[in-house]
Design a binder for this molecule. Sequence first.
Ligand SMILES: *[C@@H]1O[C@H](CO)[C@@H](O)[C@H](O)[C@H]1NC(C)=O
Length: 952
Amino acid sequence: MGQRTQLILLLLLFIPYFVMESTASDDYNGLLSVKDELMNTPPNWVRPDPCGSKWDGIVCNNSRVTSLQLQSMNLSGRLSREIESLSELQILDLSYNKYLTGPLPPSIGSLKKLVTLNLIGCGFSGSIPDTIGNLQQLTTLSLTNNSFSGPIPASIGILSNLYWLDLAVNQLNGPIPVSPGLDNLLHAKHFHLESNKFSGEIPPQLFSSNMILLHLILNGNNLSGSIPETIGSVQTLEVIRFDRNSLSGTLPSNLSNLVYLNELYLSNNKFTGSIPNLTGLSLTYVDMSNNSFTVSDMPPWFSTLQSLATLVMENTQLQGPVPSSIFSLPNLQTVTLRNNNLSGTLDIGTSYSSKLQLVDLQNNSIVHEVYSAGGYNKNLILVHNPICNPPDATKSYCAVSQSNTPPYSTPSNHSCPPAQCTSDQISSPNCQCAYAYSGTLVFRAPNFLDLGISSYYLELQSTLMQRFKDCSLPVDSVSLRNPIKDSSTMNLNLSLDVFPSGQDHFNRTEILNIGSLFSSHTFTPPTGFGSYYFLANPYGYYAGISTESKKSLSIGVIIGAVAGFTILLLLLVLAGVYVYALRQKRRAESASGQLNPFAHWDPNNGSGGIPQLKGARSFSFEELKKYTNKFSEANSIGSGGYGKVYRGILPAGQLIAIKRAHTESMQGGVEFKTEIELLSRVHHKNLVSLVGFCFDQGEQMLVYEYVPNGTLMDGLSGKSGIRLDWIRRLKVALGAARGLAYLHELANPPIIHRDIKSTNILLDERLNAKVADFGLSKLMGDAESGHVTTQVKGTMGYLDPEYYTTQQLTEKSDVYGFGVVLLELITARMPIERGKYIVMVVQTAMDRTKVLYNLHEILDPAIGLQTSLKGLEKFVDLAMRCVEESGANRPTMGMVVKEIENIMELAGLNPNAESATTSESYDINKENSHHPYSNEGFEYSGVYPTSKIEPQ
Ligand SMILES: *[C@@H]1O[C@H](CO)[C@@H](O)[C@H](O)[C@H]1NC(C)=O
């Protein structure tokens, strides 16, 4: 093949160049390079001409590429530096491809015409290149939700046309750059910089009266010093979020100049002095909680804020009576004044707002309550006030009622019964099964705190539907679920499902259009929801999607084109062929020396041709016999229903684990082939990878990489002599969750594991978790086999009760099993121990009002009870959500990953750091004394083999 390519190249060299339109071919070659570094580019990116034959996601003008948009395409890989070739590009939007990783190449600065750069919800890392300052036309820069680090380049100040700057939810650090820097951005309306690691003071130069800024969002950083007085000169400001920093000093009194200010978030800082008089502002949301203000009475001006909907003043040193006038503000919904010293009599009055839903005065000094004649009967909380001491069960306000029902979920239309859907289709509000486009809407500054007001969601739904209709998008309906106030960001997270109309899935073009409505913010939610960003879940249900993602342009296509098209076309592909040929050569060199993987495949065995493999090789029976010392007992390291597992060693020294099937558990040749083809395609650092297989002499064996530190169960039991402290457990949880999320969300077709348990999570030499045994999972989305087999398999203690009763398997069954593993991680108990079920044990013992949820008794002492268990409560919350009775209420694995990352950040850890620590033994005598797992009588009840691999 290499020779033929060279021949073609040689021929092409003799064809004169003068007809070539060089710039269009630059575009083409640039796209080929971009494509070559990505997986899952649209299948029609093999056509000869991106503009003429219309590649998905490409828009051209005069044969030049002006827009490249690939939202939610499941791209993985890196963005090639050759992107610079697209010199006419105006829009680059690769949002919602979370496996698109690596740096943003500095060559991006060559795209002088770029107006929009959106990379929301991807996996980019490294620093934002200085060259960004060359993008003079840029109006929108959204790098939200990546892993960018380092400082904001000061060159950003050169972007004088910038209107929208969103760098939120990254790892950016350093000070906020000014002069040059953000103060130069006089056309900017949005600074969204929250949830990073910015530090230093907020520079006074940042603000000036020439600015037209609407949103200033800086929460969740490490900013210190005081708020500069100059902020009062930016009169256009509508939303200020300074909460969750280390700001101090007195609040500037000229905040009162900001007459358009709607939302003011100042909580969780170290502000001192008195609360300034903000009479006359159009504030709807005020939160100043957890600061160190001077002790004062409730500021009387609160009662003058006619638009006020939400007032949150927890732990703000307030004392004296609560003025009843505040409750009659016409728009008031929520008043939260916990942890102050408010005293005297509580009088909500007779003319309180009809919208008032919650008055929370926990932990104050209220001694008496005056019942209003109208009888305020919504939520009133006076726990830990003298009035509730001693606790009086007859007074409802002396109890905190905890409702577990989600505050909103779009109901079905005309009360139709939800359809029973197979695989990962879900039932729409019109009770039709379909593959919905789903994700999370994150609202950064909603003006309401009460999540139970359904009229808001109904309005959002109809606004969304209207927008889809205006854009002629084939959307049948939308569903909103599970509004959650994220307590670490105070953002409102809302799950969104968009259902296709006319068919059961969206095609690529439709997803690109819907995705771009969100990534480019051309969808505007109703006021009240405020600024948002959207994070789409991967969408893998495109019609006609090829199961094999082709990484590079096939040589056959090129030769076909060469033979059939004009000379001009030939010239266009010239460089592409050349690049390809070079790469092929490199690949061929690196792959040399491999055995023919198909040497022992018997095509006459009814197994339908040799398997299409990526990286896995074929072993003969004789080879494996040799590597395992004739399958000696000494090398037997585990067994299960499927067969036995042996350790072996390859001639090159690599350790392997070989799973050898019993005769009874052998599959047909075709099934075995399907399985190894699937396994060979799955590559993730948190999944045990397939090295090869053996299909020879009537044997079926799978050869895996050997994972040296045994199973998680052994790790927790102390059996493998590993110390697993809280931090390591978090890392193990994150690794396993990422592996599983990959199977669910990125493998193509998606894979349900079906047997998640602590014996199927292995630990490598750095204690990274690797999920094992997904090999025996059933593929999802396999149209031929209808929905996934109904025979319930799995392991007692990890079995999803919903799967058990409905016999319908979904990814949520894995989420359930994973929830049980999370509980094992903190308790080191087996899922069922002395007849007690771990889920019930935790549920019974936990008390959310207490430190560590009152779980000290059942926490594993080896977790390090003396050390800080930061985030443990959230970890327990997550585990409990995973084991919700109904699959619909469980999070997806993608959400689980995000949440564990959040918890790690809370605990001061970088979830993306490679763990540098190698495993370290610990004094077994000290900590292994009576460990619940040291019960040797534990039986593996899995139908599938356990890959219990122990170091010797
Ligand atoms: C707050 O300011 C308003 C208007 O500027 C003024 O009328 C009012 O008296 C002030 N209130 C206090 C308590 O200083």
